[in-house]
Write a protein that binds this ligand. Sequence first.
Ligand code: G6P
Ligand code: MN
Length: 444
Amino acid sequence: MSRKPTTITIAGAGSCRTPALIGTLMEMKERFPVSKVIFFDPDQERFSKIKDYVVLLINQLSPETEVIITDDMDTAYGMTDFVFCMMRVGQNTMRSKDEKIPLKYGLVGQETCGPGGFAYGMRSIGAMKEMVECVRKHSSDTWILNYTNPAAIVGLALYRLFPDDKRIINMCDQPYSMMVSFAKILGVDSQKLRCRYFGLNHFGWFTELYDTDGNDYFNQLKEFLKENEFNPYNVEQRTQSWLDTYHRVNKMMKYIDEYIPNTYLQYYLYSNQIVRESNPEYTRADEARETREKEVWEICAKAVGKKSLEGITVLTSPVFGSMMVEVAESIAYDLNNEFIVMSPNADGLISNFPKEAIVELAGTLGKDGVKPIPYGEIKTFYKGLMENQYAYEELTCEAWIEKDYVKALQALTLNRTVNNLETAELVLDELMNENKAYWFLERK
Ligand code: G6P
Ligand code: MN
């Protein structure tokens, strides 16, 4: 096939997920040919750890692709077709604080849920706004594929700030990752598996599962999950905290089994247990640093000064990376492939839920952007949970936009992982103090 190559910018290129993304990009270069890759990171020191590796991979596997490395926003966003946005404001140092501070108050310590997710959201909104403004100063055509977390907060804030921009696409790989895991359990080709799903990002449920030949697998999978451990497709590569996360899907389904919950619901439905099982001195940020980050940097270090790939491991990313490239491919060549997408609930996709919310549903991606498949009505239990969570998301975005301390306090009090005003105040004050360089709020 002959496809017109595109230019992509990787924002937050120093991420330890970048090397595997580039490996996957190389693997998929016939499907999604790239004429230029712009690596953008304001922290060039961090990027230097993977620089030689990613450049070697591209030079060896796709010599026709030009490589640009920059810390300048205009160079990064000036002339590009796709921004793959994976920036993490505050990097792992702040992730660690987001996870540890709530635990001091007996609250869930997680990067995207609860008070940690709140603090991270407040950091991300400003940087994302700046990025979108810079991209749009140069072009209204560039697609912004956002993978920066917490995607629920970032997606909603960007929708509030740029309501008419249809080329900002917020994506999450967790439902995708679960689908690949379902396919492995069922012994079917994951490419053929389809679902119906509803919720907010990191807060949703699978409600149907079938394949493109029309075989229905939903009840079979539910029965399996009630009796057997749920393991991710790449169980052997996962650390204990991720395995526990998947196994809690089993626990949740022991009691309420009409749908299959996203793993992230554990933080809201099993908050106390999770806090009890957490180590306030050692969280996922530490685990990720000591495992994935260390391994990736070691592999990358071997590429320094090398002219060939001999003896070099080509990292690939079969879920996160593949999804990013497949999303861009589906948009660039108007393939209208099906994904689980985030979208404004504008036309009442979930008919009994606020239209201004950003919801997560099955949908297609093509040259006109996201086309979600209308879901219809949702039942009271799920609706109640989602309304509470959406109110938290909304107040978080408004707190950032208006710099309003009280709205932030309301947001945290509403969050199911907190629920208590006094604790909300204590954790908010400490988070605010630790995030001085990124955001501030005023008592009006
Ligand atoms: C899933 C989520 C992402 C999140 C990631 C964290 O893939 O969908 O939003 O960033 O998990 O994974 P980590 O291995 O860094 O804890
Ligand atoms: Mn996600």
